[in-house]
Design a protein around this ligand. Structure first.
Ligand SMILES: Cc1cc2nc3c(=O)[nH]c(=O)nc-3n(C[C@H](O)[C@H](O)[C@H](O)COP(=O)(O)OP(=O)(O)OC[C@H]3O[C@@H](n4cnc5c(N)ncnc54)[C@H](O)[C@@H]3O)c2cc1C
Length: 442
């Protein structure tokens, strides 16, 4: 059952977030998502090695993990599956090639295991320096993991990281390398692939010349912000805001592009200044020390058409008031965050054909505070129910959610995506319980 080449690699799963090869245990970043694959492989450093692994494997299930930064169980192998393989591509990282385009952007082909933080640094050190157009709140994710779930930042006319993907190489269940330059369906469906179309080998992503931004953090009364919401969104391209339930203060973050010769003051200095100007990625994501000293949290996130943003937030505030009596012995700190993402044409994207407001609910605290937390579930399910029943909301694939296949099929048209999946993985080795449920493949 187990090819000899896999035995050695059990010893070296060190770069995964939390793994113990002696007990075949893998955990995500905060230890809430756990699985026990029969084999853990983390020492592959070339596409050929991945192809060899697939063609010699007889595993019933093969999952590839990125940085283990999904709150949902999307990356896990199933403990109930007879012979499972969990693959980390941490050793398969770096830029393969760049190609300047006529419009001044550059296509950058990146190996799947590359962490976004390392990609930011590599791009900024190029001559001339480059940057990604947008990023999420952190850059700890791998490029392949980030795009698999449609990871996004904020920006009313800016798409997710997946929307900036121009090409892909994916290794299918038979070990064939599918290249989007030969088959456009590979990039059409592979940009938000949920890990079910095969092992992404390289991602070609659009980068732009490095730019600078001014980042401003300010407090605004929550009721005033809601009253003037549309004007804020119209005025600031990169607008986001948050509030702590049961307070009337919203914390607003604005990021505005400034001329490239603007003087820089360090946005990564601690404590973070209320106003600073820096290279784009330093205004978008946390620094490594800030990330390493972060407070753990768990999160769910719902995507609604932007025109419903105020109504959905107002309903969620009303829901919070209703459940307040149950909040009294709280073990975690609560937090609600609102961001904006532009429509795209990716069939499995939360932004498919609609400009979006993203409502997140966060419970700050380590797994003792958030694990099995009835409190987190009470608020998060409240948000999920309000947004899905009243505002056509769908959840983030990589964040905690209770969505059923039936609900998701009513929103997404999975027909072509599933036909492509069937073609590249007829035996379903890249599926797991989470994706089978969500794609109605049980
Ligand atoms: C602290 C923190 C901050 C976050 N901030 C944001 C944010 O601002 N915006 C946002 O949208 N999300 C955010 N997220 C969620 C996160 O970006 C996504 O869940 C993302 O998918 C995680 O990437 P990863 O590299 O950790 O992948 P994993 O979580 O390890 O895997 C995610 C999916 O990718 C698949 N995958 C990974 N590598 C490959 C490969 N080579 N081939 C095929 N499939 C692969 C996995 O099988 C799985 O299906 C955050 C999460 C955390 C913990």
């Amino acid at each position: 059952m187990r090819p000899a080449t896999l035995i050695l690699s059990l010893l070296s799963f060190s770069q995964a977030p939390l793994s113990d090869a002696s007990t075949n245990t893998w955990m995500d970043w905060d230890g809430l998502q756990v699985c026990h694959p029969a084999d853990l492989v983390s020492d592959l450093s070339s596409e050929e090695a991945i192809v060899d692994l697939i063609t010699s494997s007889s595993h019933s299930q093969i999952k590839t993990v990125g940085a283990g930064h999904s709150f949902s169980s999307i990356a896990l192998t199933d403990d109930s599956s007879p012979s499972t393989l969990l693959l980390s591509l941490d050793q398969y990282a770096g830029i393969v090639r760049t190609e300047l385009q006529e419009d001044g952007t550059t296509f950058v082909e990146v190996k799947a295991g590359t962490r976004l933080r390392d990609l930011n640094t590599m791009l900024s050190e190029m001559v001339p320096p480059l940057a990604l157009v947008n990023l999420g709140a952190t850059a700890a994710q791998s490029i392949a993991g980030a795009i698999a779930t449609g990871t996004h930042g904020t920006g009313r006319s800016l798409g997710s990281i997946s929307a900036a993907v121009e090409g892909l190489r994916i290794i299918d269940a038979s070990g064939r390398v599918l290249d989007s330059r030969e088959d456009p369906d590979v990039v059409k469906f592979g940009r938000v692939a949920l890990g079910v179309l095969g092992i992404v080998s390289t991602v070609t992503i659009r980068a732009v010349p490095m730019f600078k931004m001014k980042k401003t953090v300010l407090d605004v009364p929550l009721d005033e912000l809601l009253a003037n919401h549309d004007a804020w969104v119209a005025r600031y391209e990169r607008f986001q805001w948050s509030f702590v339930p049961y307070t009337n203060t919203a914390s607003v973050i604005l990021r505005e592009e400034v001329p490239f010769d603007a003087p820089v003051d360090d946005c990564w200095v601690s404590p973070t200044p209320a106003v600073c100007t820096d290279l784009s990625y330093k205004t978008l994501v946390d620094s490594l020390p800030a990330y390493e000293n972060r407070t753990l949290y768990t999160e769910m996130e719902m995507f609604v058409p932007v025109e419903h943003a105020v109504a959905a937030v107002t309903d969620f505030i009303e829901y919070q008031s209703q459940v307040k009596p149950k909040h009294d012995d709280s073990k975690c700190s609560l937090f609600t965050n609102i961001r904006y993402v532009a429509a795209d044409d990716i069939p499995t994207s939360m932004m498919h054909n609609r400009d979006i407001a993203v409502l997140s609910f966060i419970c700050l605290g380590d797994k003792d505070a958030t694990g099995d937390s009835d409190e987190f579930a009470m608020y998060a399910q409240g948000l999920e129910n309000i947004t899905k029943t009243k505002y056509d909301g769908v959840p983030h694939w990589g964040k905690e959610n209770w969505a059923t296949g039936e609900e998701l099929s009513a929103f997404y048209d999975f027909t072509d995506f599933l036909a492509f999946r069937e073609k590249v993985d007829p035996g379903g080795v890249f599926l797991n319980e989470y994706t089978r449920e969500r794609l109605s493949l049980l």
